[in-house]
Design a protein around this ligand. Structure first.
Ligand code: GDP
Length: 219
């Protein structure tokens, strides 16, 4: 799979109902996570470009950043064929939450934009959690918020390279217990899990394209 282009499209601040996010029928995938979870680093690694700004000052960004990505081909899914030809999607980078705030209001920053962004649509969303800290209340709260908005987030456990073998097993098990589904372990540093993440993104993109075609939307 080749990444043809990955371009920044727009930034949108929380507030109001129209975030200015394109709604032109192209598939979208969204990424959410606590500030400093490693979201920008992962996006840059995934796209093999420095598109997302890594946080020198965590918690500063309260913006939704939208990137338009065009790739050629795609990973094989199961025993099926790989994706052929070029396809595009929007990667929507939701604002980090929980920086310098306690549990209860931690997901508020995410909530404001999430409510506007997810109004009327529920694209595939990845909730990034730090693999070293399973069970943070802010993550759990964000997860609950997303589910109340009709989103079924996939859990991505970041910074796996920081864990010992024993911690790895223990923390992944703990995450599965908390969220009721297995987390995808990734390390932007070592490249672990990036292939699986692309597969999931490609799958979500394909499902969204099929749905859009069924509904007669232009893609
Ligand atoms: P964001 O606020 O979620 O966008 O987080 P950043 O991408 O800015 O990363 C926060 C910090 O975690 C930075 O110091 C990164 O270098 C570090 N980091 C991000 N991903 C990884 C990883 O996979 N492994 C390790 N060891 N550190 C990481």
């Amino acid at each position: 799979m080749k990444i043809i282009s990955a371009d920044f499209v727009t930034s949108a601040a929380a507030g109001g109902t129209d975030l200015g996010i394109p709604r032109d029928g192209l598939p979208q995938v969204a990424m959410a996570g606590r500030s400093n979870v490693g979201k920008s680093t992962l996006i840059n690694k995934l796209l093999r470009r420095q598109v997302a700004r890594t946080s020198a000052a965590p918690g500063k960004t309260r913006l939704v950043n939208v990137f338009r990505i065009t790739v050629e081909g795609g990973p094989r899914q199961g025993s099926g064929q790989g994706v052929r030809g070029r396809w595009s999607l929007y990667l929507v980078d939701l604002p980090g939450y929980g920086y310098a705030r306690g549990g209860d209001s931690a997901a508020e920053e995410l909530r404001a934009v999430a409510e506007a962004y997810f109004a009327g649509s529920a694209p595939q969303t990845f909730l990034l959690v730090d693999s070293r800290h399973p069970g943070l209340e802010s993550d759990h709260q964000a997860y609950r918020w997303l589910t109340t908005l009709g989103v079924d987030p996939l859990i991505v456990a970041t910074k796996m390279d920081k864990l010992s073998r024993a911690e790895r097993t223990r923390n992944l098990r703990e995450l599965e217990r908390i969220f009721g589904k297995p987390a995808l372990p990734v390390s932007a540093e070592r490249g672990e899990g990036l292939e699986q993440l692309w597969t999931t993104i490609a799958k979500a993109g394909r499902a969204a394209r099929i749905k859009a075609a069924d509904e007669g939307t232009t893609t």
